[in-house]
Design a protein around this ligand. Structure first.
Ligand code: HEM
Length: 481
């Protein structure tokens, strides 16, 4: 017989009953009448049985994005719960990551949360599976490949220099600055948006509302964050529609991602491409929004964490600066960073990997079981949610001794497969990885060559959002080197 106890969920204003069975801890949510007996029972069982793990589960319920599997050590490799009508399993370890991320034979599909499904639309890469997913990935991969990105190098470099020029002698919030930089880059790359002006402002305002609607309750009632998110999404789509119309009329021709989709891949255009390789306007819009959403917060967070970790680790900063000053010293023609230099920054790449390990920007990767299967001797049933706890994989002391230490030399030698998942792995591995690294390498080059900075606050708290970011936005004071 399993044990049963109750907690009061202040967020949803109901009683949560938690039952523990002998095989795995099972969390059951039920709306039950509040009466004194239940509360008395709950209080007794709480005193008797509650553990830090159960407190962290409650934290998860109050805030679904909080990292509650951080100290996995005491609870084994599997945690199973029953949340909002569905079995939800959290797993860790290389075996689980191999099975879940390689997703062989259609065993799993990506498990996008409800608000994400509604905002991004049914054609999003994040909502397609199997052959349709492969086809979409092919269309997206080409402009995001290293060769495809070369044409954006100049724009990114100019934006990095201009952003940093504004920093001297000022207090800046690194997160805000990184957000504005990465949004300008992706807006320009996708649809040639100018980095300033009315269109950029509208784009930015809509994007911010869309982005914050992801962590909202899914009530489409006027005034709610979710409702505002859907409205902002529609306004963003109207903007893309009008850009597509001007491109089709031949009024404007650009060398951007949207143009490549319109010329090569829009349904009905007269090119030699197979009709199967073409997208409707709705498919184009859903996937442009997907790239914006998937690429913006992640790169913003990575850049902010990287600046923070460098500030806290002077020896790493010194070694990194040496790499960049050497690149600068070797330059014969002119003073500006070149494409070939940015592709040859070995230590910087290790610093980026260590940042993604240490910060683990996306704390878990979520899948839905498309069939029954087994992981590490544990039976998973069709329809269950399975989340890979990446924080504990990235902090496994067997692979990463002294895991809290920021140490890029961990990446001097190749690691075992599936032990580092900064950009994921397998068919869902991040298609924007080259763009993210390019933005970070360029930005960091100019930062460490020209400036020094000091943190204005000591605060390690993490924002309780889907993408983990420093809560205080990392305020710093910047001076020329
Ligand atoms: C440092 C920055 C970034 C990090 C850490 C990151 C991380 C990741 C990870 C871990 C995944 C796989 C998640 C899973 O398996 O469930 C992923 C997927 C994805 N990323 Fe990124 N990403 C970054 C930047 C970008 C950028 C710049 C773009 C686009 C321009 C992008 C677009 C996507 C898309 C569309 C997917 C879904 C792929 C699919 O389902 O096939 N990401 N990212």
């Amino acid at each position: 017989m399993g044990k049963q106890w109750f907690l009061f969920d202040v967020y949803n204003g109901r009683i949560i009953s938690i039952g523990a069975s002998s095989t795995a801890t099972t969390l059951r949510l039920s709306s039950v009448t509040i009466n004194s007996k239940v509360i008395e029972n709950g209080a007794r069982h709480l005193v008797d049985h509650v553990t830090p793990f159960h407190i962290s589960i409650l934290c998860f319920l109050l805030n679904p994005y909080r990292d509650f599997t951080k100290s996995n050590g005491g609870y084994g490799k599997v945690f199973k719960s029953f949340v909002l009508g569905r079995y939800t399993v959290f797993m860790t370890g290389r075996e689980a990551s191999k099975i879940l991320l390689s997703g062989k034979d259609g065993m799993v599909s990506l498990n996008l949360f409800y608000t994400g499904q509604q905002v991004l639309g049914p054609n999003s890469l994040l909502q397609t599976n199997g052959e349709a997913h492969k086809r979409l990935r092919r269309l997206i991969a080409e402009p995001l490949s290293i060769d495809g990105l070369k044409k954006y190098f100049h724009f990114i470099n100019t934006q990095a220099i201009e952003t940093l020029d504004q920093w001297t002698g000022k207090r800046v919030l690194v997160l805000e600055e990184a957000s504005s930089f990465t949004l300008k880059v992706i807006g320009n790359m996708i649809m040639s948006l100018e980095p300033s002006g009315e269109e950029q402002e509208r784009f930015r305002a809509n994007f911010k509302i869309i982005s914050s609607s992801f962590a909202s309750m899914p009530f489409k009632i006027p005034g709610t964050a979710f409702h505002r998110g859907i409205k902002a999404r529609d306004s963003m789509y109207a903007m893309i529609d009008s850009i597509i119309a001007t491109r089709r009329n031949g009024e404007v021709i650009q060398q951007d991602f949207l143009e490549s989709l319109i010329i090569k891949h829009s349904k009905g255009t007269n090119t030699i491409d197979n009709e199967d390789n073409k997208l409707t306007d709705q498919q184009m819009k859903d996937n442009i929004l997907t790239l914006l959403v998937a690429g913006h917060d992640t790169t913003t967070a990575a850049l902010t964490w990287l600046v923070k970790f460098l500030g806290e680790n002077p020896a790493v900063l010194e070694q990194l600066r040496e790499e960049h000053l050497q690149i600068q010293a070797n330059r014969k023609d002119g003073t500006n960073l070149t494409w070939s230099e940015v592709n040859n920054m070995p230590y910087t790449n290790k610093v980026i990997s260590e940042t993604l390990r240490r910060a683990t920007i996306l704390p878990w990767y979520s899948r839905k079981a498309a069939q029954d299967f087994e992981i590490d001797g544990y039976n998973i049933k069709k329809g269950w949610s399975i989340n890979l706890d990446v924080v504990s994989i990235h902090h496994d002391p067997e692979t990463f001794p002294d895991p809290e230490k920021f140490d890029p030399s961990r990446f001097d030698a190749p690691l075992k497969t599936f032990s580092y998942l900064g950009f994921g792995s397998g068919p869902r591995m991040c298609p924007g990885m080259n763009l993210a690294k390019l933005e970070i390498c360029i930005f960091i080059h100019h930062l460490v060559c020209k400036y020094k900075w000091r943190a204005l606050e000591k605060d390690d708290s993490v924002q309780p959002t889907l993408v983990r970011m420093p809560k205080n936005k990392y305020p710093i004071m910047v001076e020329p080197l």
